[in-house]
Design a protein around this ligand. Sequence first.
Ligand SMILES: Nc1ncnc2c1ncn2[C@@H]1O[C@H](COP(=O)(O)OP(=O)(O)OP(=O)(O)O)[C@@H](O)[C@H]1O
Length: 713
Amino acid sequence: MPLLLSATLSQPLFFPSSTSHHIIINKPQPPLIRPSHSLNNLVPFPFSSPTPTLYAPSLRILFAPKSASINGVSIHNNPEPSSSTQLNATAAAQFLHTLRKWIQFLPSILPGGKWWDLSDDDVQVQVLAQPVTVWRALHKMWHLVSRDRWVIFAAFTALIFAAVSEISIPHFMTASIFSAQKADVTVFHRNVRLLVLMCAISGICSGIRGCCFGIANMMLVKRMRETLYSSLLLQDISFFDTETVGDLTSRLGADCQQVSRVIGNDINLILRNFLQGTGSLIYLLTLSWPLGLSTLLICSILAAVMLRYGKYQKKSARLVQEVTASANEVAQETLSLIRTVRVYGTEEEEVGRYKSWLEKLADISLRQSAAYGFWNFSFNTLYHSTQVIAVLFGGISILAGHITAEKLTKFILYSEWLIFSTWWVGDNISNLMQSVGASEKVFHLMDLASSSQFITRGVKLQSLTGQIEFLNVSFHYPSRPTVSVVQLVNFVVHPSEVVAIVGLSGSGKSTLVNLLLRLYEPTNGQILIDGIPLKNLDVEWWREKIGYVGQEPKLFRMDISSNIRYGCTREVKQEDVEWAAKQAYAHDFISALPNGYETLVDDDLLSGGQKQRIAIARAILRDPKILILDEATSALDAESEHNVKGVLRSVRSDSRSRRSVIVIAHRLSTIQAADRIVVMDGGHVVENGSHRELLLKDGLYARLTRKQADAVA
Ligand SMILES: Nc1ncnc2c1ncn2[C@@H]1O[C@H](COP(=O)(O)OP(=O)(O)OP(=O)(O)O)[C@@H](O)[C@H]1O
């Protein structure tokens, strides 16, 4: 009875053909189809399957569904023994299937075939940026570096001198050799002197050129990152509802780096080779115009191929940047949520998610490399054609006495120079196209208009009492225009009043605070501050008057003292910082830390409640006219309640600093002492009054209070 070996393999296995057993490799996937994460609609590469399949009919290697393992290779008795004729027939069918796939695939890899298709839909990458032309990109780059145009001018001057001196070297070299052959000593010495001079000029100017272009490049990347970063920071908050951190940091990092090659490398080499190519062509035409024209024809074909290749590279580069950004996005998200990933044991899924983007990247890179191969093939063929033409026609011309050997030598040297210059220009234009492709999203983001809040300056009030009035305020988030989050909200916070906003989760409490902070503008109605519409106030001045503590505050990676001072525009001494920390009940735990207020804040160092107390100290230090506390939910509840109650107590006891307080509370016991309680339900204000009044009303607030009391009991 034949034995059946099966194993799940990622690499092919080979077995000696002398075996008398049926060897079956368990491979559940059909052999030539890429997994679902390959580029959609792209013609797959038969050998690019991540789990290559061995197909060897002569070895009787087949597919089988069942396995039992010995050292990773399973051995079974074949449950349904089949005759060797049947096996051979199956193997032959498989072979024919593979062959058919290859025959179908091969035409698609010819130039213009479907395999090369890199359409945006295929990759399913959201390409937001409008295509940027090379000229537009260069114009923008010039705008960024034009402040230091002296470097660019120095670079171009050095480039011209270096190019001219380099291009004259073959002339003086040939002239020296042939004058020596003719024993013309004077001409020989003159040519050698000029050759040395040209070599020296070329060396010095090349050095200056490289250095100046390098400086210009460094400045370009620096300014690009500066401009992009400040453009991002000045966007409306709604912009960050749709863009992810991973994507944006990828633009700042990888994309700007890719663009960094433009001036130092691409433009530098394109100009240098263009100048040298033009010089060579003129020289060739003066030597022999028929030979010169035939070289020019070959170079034109090369230029046409190069143009096509450049366009392809530009598109693929843009896709590479998009896919890289998406991969970064996944990595950034997973790493920032690593605790959740660990607890739920989803490491493999996350690796899979990241890998699927890497696969897409590999698919595009595969096409890029294949295109590069085609380009090199074209260049080599055309390059050797010029040599053949030069030798053939040049030889015939020498035999006919139309041209001297010296002229032919010069011709061969300069035609090589011309074709190499064309190649270099082509290569660097394609690099330039790639850089421009990569820069599309960067320029798109740089061009975004800043939030209108930073452009128009509003009114600054002489004094602020802290009266806040919501008048028929309705709002929906820009990212969800069909969902109205708050509707026709009306309530007033009087100066120095403590108002609590309560309600079920998702009822719109934090949204009201977002509107008050002017992170978003109401879609209807308005908010009045001391009777003035909030949208007419100067946003910077307004935010200076507010102290805000969010639900789960994040701290900066700096020492505790700097974290408390963060954003405080007035001069503050260390005593002020400690006073604010005492008010926020943070002083004791800060003093107990090894370096006290100098301790560097680390994410793991402080508990959620401690971070919240530091954030409260930060808010208090600003001595705000309006204090907003968004009490933490969930795990922080007990500690948060204690913190918030402490703040409310100190606000009450400190008669010097009168401030209005808005507190969003989940634990209703926190806010019983509030002057007034506003109850939210489904985006509406449903009740408004003191704790006692609302209990008497026996509405939603009373129900919520009873529920929480029952839960505690
Ligand atoms: N940036 C946003 N983009 C789109 N929708 C949002 C955004 N922020 C909040 N929402 C939605 O608005 C609604 C109200 O959210 P909000 O945070 O104001 O509720 P909340 O009462 O403060 O909830 P919680 O008590 O859980 O903090 C929710 O349905 C939420 O999904």
